[in-house]
Ligand binder design. Structure first.
Ligand SMILES: O=C(O)CCC(=O)C(=O)O
Length: 267
């Protein structure tokens, strides 16, 4: 889809689907890497019943860092996000038999960021409407929508008008905006559904709630995996002002760091 309607479709609908982006063997290899990686965060607060979240795997696994910054992914993301990209988060989600609905939400409803990022959702196993399949509401990424907290979940206050169900084979990829409303169905089958979501962001933007180091994925459209203490968006005054009303502890520490450090130009 590179060079065709990728960006136009993404801007209109808030998502694009890349069928067979990876082979079944590649999807299986990623699943095995995830399952054998250390998961210091596997007590993720969203883990509930038979649904388990494993997050920040990229911070501890060199194999996942290499995977996340591979040129094939960078080429697609460059079309959508521009040539300078970092990764703010990742999560593998295992939805086992009996797992419940994951309710409608925008990801920004959880992370409270003011800018969008790109959710690179890889089906690691078959995904259908019986085993935790994804639903998306096309066009819902154009505005910030209201959410309310229910338990540990942020739930969209409203009913999506014309949602669509996405079925996927292992290796299919769905890239959606972090503002695109989505939910997943219960798993009423006897098998686990696995998905791995990598969250990419342009260098223009920043996550003030995340401690450095930041994982750089690409510079000038070229795969450049490395951890850095700062990059363009983390030093931008405009970004600081965007979050100026939320001067909590983390942001104050960030401001102090910027004031102390000489400006490092990281392109
Ligand atoms: O993997 C799932 O079933 C849902 C996860 C999800 O939508 C999310 O974490 O934003």
């Amino acid at each position: 889809m590179i060079g065709q309607n990728l960006k136009k479709n993404f801007e209109e609908d808030g998502f694009v689907i890349l069928r067979e982006f990876f082979s079944e063997q590649e999807a299986q290899a990623v699943l095995e890497t995830i399952q054998s990686s250390p998961h210091p965060n596997n007590k993720d607060r969203l883990t509930k019943g038979a649904m388990t979240f494993y997050s920040n795997i990229y911070r501890y696994s060199k194999e996942i860092q290499k995977f996340a910054a591979q040129q094939k992914i960078v080429d697609i993301l460059t079309e959508l996000a521009g040539p300078d990209i970092w990764m703010r988060h990742d999560q593998a989600v295992a939805k086992g038999p009996g797992a419940d609905t994951f309710p409608w939400h925008q990801d920004n409803g959880y992370n409270k960021l003011k800018d969008g990022h790109f959710q690179f959702w890889i089906a690691l196993t078959e995904m259908n409407q019986d085993n935790g399949g994804l639903w998306l509401q096309p066009g819902s990424h154009k505005q910030i929508l209201p959410h309310k907290k229910v338990g540990n979940e942020q739930v969209y206050i409203g009913v999506p008008e014309s949602p669509i169900a996405i079925e996927a084979k292992p290796g299919d990829v769905i890239i959606f905006s972090s503002f695109c409303l989505h939910s997943t169905t219960p798993n009423i089958t006897q098998k686990q559904r696995w998905a791995y979501v990598l969250e990419y962001m342009s260098f223009d933007y920043f996550d003030p709630f995340l401690e450095p180091p930041y994982f750089i994925v690409a510079r000038d459209g070229k795969s450049s995996p490395e951890f850095v203490e700062s990059y363009r968006g983390s030093q931008s005054v405009a970004n600081l002002l965007k979050y100026g009303m939320r001067m909590d502890g983390k942001i104050k520490r960030w401001v102090r760091k910027i004031i102390k450090k000489p400006l490092h130009i990281s392109r």
